[in-house]
Design a protein around this ligand. Structure first.
Ligand SMILES: Cc1cc2nc3c(=O)[nH]c(=O)nc-3n(C[C@H](O)[C@H](O)[C@H](O)COP(=O)(O)O)c2cc1C
Length: 450
């Protein structure tokens, strides 16, 4: 049984409401934290080893310690609830079912960072969740955990919920800040980083929903105890949203010591693949991270089991590894076409490019058009090399990593499933009806040359 910290009370009826949450020990961490100094809280978060759960895995304590503290200028905490990466829906689950764990985490983090006005920026499509959050905020205020002079400590805090308008790029932290300021959500050039000049040019910390919620168990159990869960630099628990060809799609909390195989096949998690089909590939961290074929997914290139943690998933770099990302776990069985799947993702990234940077604006559309041509049976061999060439020219050449997010799926698909692209070009009539890439199940794949 995996240890549960964030979802431990998810099954309790009415946990969405303050009284029920409080009865389960809710807001004890806030009470404890408000008796500590901000420096002591920061130390606990650093000791916990918590890494940002939004995708990049940057250490949260370190991020908080970078926050500039110029005299007389307000600071802000902004919670990133944009969650628009295809395959990722763990923050939605948390906010919808246990909103108070997020509110409690915001209180602790805001007190630590010195933010008297904190924000939750939530994706527009989650249209029903702001009401849930606002009701929870109201309940917390009525109980004395928000507003002026919280619990008589002299600390004031207001939390504002801001709805986005449905742009994926607004999940990128600086685009999010632009949008929060009422402007078009175009990513900013960095530096300056938000820790120095963020919301309204004030020092700002942007953190993912799950990162902030994780601060609650960290304070409750201490950072040192939290760091004992997991392995290496993958401490604590991680929420995984699992979907695709699995028997039990849903949101799972794992302790990052389990193997990918166990996660896919055990009844505690995904419950295996429907209809006895074989596993073909998986994208373990949201649609932008590299797809891995089954053999590389279940084992590393050294023949060791692949574990559900930051280090093991990325073992071998992009040649043989992938990323933990946001924990959006997408499973493909033997009947799925990687080529069509890659085309669908390319259409998404093309649609969501803000258009500011030429390589992303032009390149994402170009990728999509070529992929569509191949899927439609009109591809040529040289198109596969052209796809490779275009994605390389996007990666690393844009203001924000949306360009990388568009390039990586294409690169990984060609790297590991080139034979399938060639199959589409050579035998388009068969590609439409036959399962693909059966060769990927058994034999180890040699490390591809970069
Ligand atoms: C195109 C794009 C979309 C992103 N979407 C999200 C998102 O929806 N939620 C999120 O937490 N981080 C997202 N990120 C990452 C954020 O920029 C930022 O790194 C994150 O919110 C930091 O929080 P963390 O340190 O707690 O992970 C996105 C990044 C990019 C480039």
């Amino acid at each position: 049984m995996s240890k549960k910290l964030l979802l431990k009370d998810a099954h309790i009826e009415g946990i969405r409401y303050f009284d029920v949450y409080r009865k389960q020990g809710g807001y004890q961490a806030a009470e404890k934290a408000l008796k500590m100094t901000p420096e002591e809280i920061l130390e606990e978060v650093k000791t916990s080893g918590l890494r940002g759960r939004g995708g990049a895995g940057f250490p949260t304590g370190m991020k908080w310690s970078f926050l500039a503290k110029p005299e007389g200028i307000p600071r802000h905490l902004v919670v990133n609830a944009d969650e628009s990466e295809p395959g990722t829906f763990k923050d939605r689950y948390l906010m919808e079912h246990i909103p108070h764990i997020l509110i409690e985490g915001i209180i602790i983090a805001s007190y630590c960072l010195g933010s008297n006005a904190s924000y939750i920026y939530i994706r527009g499509e989650y249209s029903w969740i702001p009401d849930i959050l606002e009701a929870a905020i109201e309940e917390a205020r009525n109980a004395g955990f928000l507003g002026k002079n919280i619990l008589g400590t002299g600390f004031d805090l207001e939390i504002y919920v801001q709805r986005g308008a449905g742009a994926y790029v607004c999940g990128e932290e600086t685009a999010l800040l632009e949008s929060l300021e009422g402007k078009r959500g175009n990513p900013r050039l960095k530096p300056p980083f938000p820790a120095v000049k963020g919301l309204w040019e004030r020092p700002t910390v942007v953190n993912n929903v799950e990162s902030i919620a994780a601060v609650v168990p960290i304070i409750n159990m201490t950072g040192a105890e939290y760091a004992k869960i997991g392995v290496g630099r993958s401490t604590g628990t991680k929420l995984i949203s699992a979907c695709g060809n699995i028997n039990k799609p849903g949101v799972y909390e794992i302790d990052m010591t389990i193997t990918v195989e166990e996660f896919i096949y055990s009844d505690e998690y995904c419950g295996g693949i429907p209809n006895g089909k074989r596993l073909k590939a998986c994208i373990p961290g949201g649609s932008s991270v590299p797809i891995l074929p089954a053999n590389l997914l279940l084992k590393t290139i050294k023949g060791e089991p692949r574990y559900m943690n930051y280090e093991s998933l990325s073992d071998g770099g992009f040649a043989t590894g992938t990323m933990m990302g946001s924990g959006g776990f997408i499973v493909l069985d033997e009947d799925q076409s990687v080529v069509e799947h890659t085309m669908t993702l390319s259409r998404f990234y093309n649609h969501e490019s803000c258009g500011q940077c030429t390589p992303c604006r032009e390149g994402t559309g170009w990728l999509y058009r070529i992929l569509k041509k191949i899927v439609n049976g009109e591809g040529e061999m040289k198109d596969i090399d052209l796809l490779w060439d275009i994605q390389r020219k996007i990666e690393g050449n844009t203001i924000c990593p949306l360009g990388d997010a568009a390039a990586w799926p294409v690169a990984a698909a060609i790297r590991h499933f080139r034979d399938e692209f060639e199959y589409y070009v050579k035998t388009p009539e068969l590609a439409k009806v036959k399962p693909f890439g059966l060769a990927h199940y058994a034999d180890p794949i040699p490390v591809p040359a970069e």
